[in-house]
Design a protein around this ligand. Structure first.
Ligand code: URA
Length: 427
């Protein structure tokens, strides 16, 4: 049978700022997944989309075509409703770790398919893999059984889910085409819709450490994703949250697990607790639950019980000591005063260079590596006292990590400028 379209026709239509038809979109996604459209052709199309954009119809169709490239999961037979969360990625963003068991403790199941980190943002699976014995790969049947028994699963997405996105995301990563809003929105939402969650809360990060550097672009991304989810029958809301400052006091793998466990034990940094509870409320509301207070479930230990059960169900030992880095380097505060600014990108790059993240997706990560900061913006610091502790197994990494922290923080007189953690809500 002859093909209804060809790659050059589709590329040139978008190059000349035209609209792609439904049939062109269905064809190009299917042909690319099958290998009939070459990587260099898809790269040209992705760049044309980045430069000329897509309208709502095109984005919805593109998302639908990526969903149709693979399997769809279905949790409708579970005895409780499902709600998931997706973060567009930030520094120190360990929120999924306390959040999934917290929402499970409130009676809603959380089917969280997560990824590994690339570049300066950490990956949830990398963090959890620092727990001895814990495994990320589950079959669909294992996932279903764990959702019924424990109520929360955090695992790797199987190869069957939106394979077109897997291929396209890897291509975008090496062709300078990650930042296109239509491509980010369709990439995230194709996976979340195919995953089959009933409700979805999007944590769209804004600031130096995020994909979206301005509130305007973050809002556009959030509105696009909320519309895609809603049209697909998933109750979707988005919070725009600050990522100019990293979350909590740690960026790495094992050290972020330890901080998450502190939150589950009723302590932990105030911003991590605030965002965890705010997102839990939204996830519960989106799933139709408005009579359970997540803050109470953190305080009474039920979220911790769900965490322990979730880790154990995936082979992990929640009581095992976490790995630690072999080497550490302390950076003292340069002056006494108030920490006015702590830049998320600087901290994320430092953690990455210490070995907590990877440059290529096949690289290993160090479980114990990362950065601990001993003050948050607004805190008083005293000259000479530790401001950062850098952790790694390979001391030759310290110099480059220190270079990335340079210019990434200010200590000054008077109070620090205050910026809200939750900037806006869309949906
Ligand atoms: N995360 C995704 O899954 N896709 C993108 O395009 C960007 C972030």
């Amino acid at each position: 049978m002859s093909s209804p379209h060809d790659a050059i026709e589709v590329i040139t239509a978008k190059r000349d700022a035209g609209e792609l038809s439904d049939s062109q979109i269905d064809w190009v996604i299917d042909a690319y997944t099958r290998g009939d459209v070459a990587d260099e052709q898809m790269s040209a199309l992705a760049m044309a989309i980045l430069l000329n954009g897509m309208n709502r119809r095109e984005i919805a169709r593109w998302t639908g075509a990526m969903i149709a490239s693979g399997e769809r999961m279905d949790f409708s037979s579970l005895s409780r409703g499902t709600s998931d969360k997706h973060s567009t990625g930030g520094v120190g963003d360990k929120i999924t770790l306390p959040l999934a068991p917290l929402v499970a403790a409130c009676g809603i199941a959380v089917p969280q398919l997560s990824g590994r980190g690339l570049g300066h943002t950490g990956g949830t699976l990398d963090k959890l893999e620092s727990i001895p014995g814990w495994r990320a790969a589950l079959s669909n049947d294992e996932m279903m059984a764990q959702l019924e028994s424990v109520g929360a699963v955090i695992c790797a997405a199987g190869d069957g889910l939106a394979p077109a996105d897997k291929k396209l995301y890897a291509l975008r990563d090496v062709t300078g085409t990650v930042e296109a809003i239509p491509l980010i929105a369709s990439s995230i939402m194709s996976k979340k819709i195919a995953e089959g969650t009933g409700a979805l809360v999007l944590d769209v990060k804004v600031g130096t450490g995020a994909f979206m550097k301005s509130v305007e672009r973050a809002r556009e991304l959030a509105e696009t994703m909320v519309a895609l989810g809603t049209d697909a029958g998933v109750r979707t809301v988005a919070l725009l949250t600050d990522m100019s400052t990293p979350l909590g006091l740690t960026a790495g793998n094992a050290i972020e697990v330890a901080e998450s466990v502190e939150v589950l034990a009723g302590g932990g940094p105030a911003d991590v607790v605030e965002l965890t509870v705010a997102l839990a409320r939204e996830m519960l509301l989106a799933a139709g639950v408005d009579d359970v207070d997540p803050a109470a479930k953190l305080a009474d230990g039920s979220a911790m019980d769900a965490w322990r059960a979730m880790i154990a169900a995936q082979g992990g030992d929640p009581d095992a000591p976490l790995p630690t880095a072999r080497e550490q380097h302390v950076v003292p505060a340069p002056a006494s005063g108030t920490l006015h600014r702590l830049d998320a990108m600087a901290v994320g790059l430092a953690a990455w260079r210490l070995g907590a993240g990877r440059a290529r997706k096949e690289d290993p990560v160090q479980a114990g590596a990362g950065v601990v900061w001993h003050a948050r913006p607004g805190d008083r610091v005293v000259e000479g006292q530790p401001l950062f502790t850098l952790l790694t197994d390979e001391p030759e990494r310290f110099d480059r990590a220190l270079a990335s922290l340079e210019g990434g923080y200010d200590v000054g007189d008077g109070p620090a400028p205050v910026s809200p953690l939750v900037i806006d809500r869309i949906g």
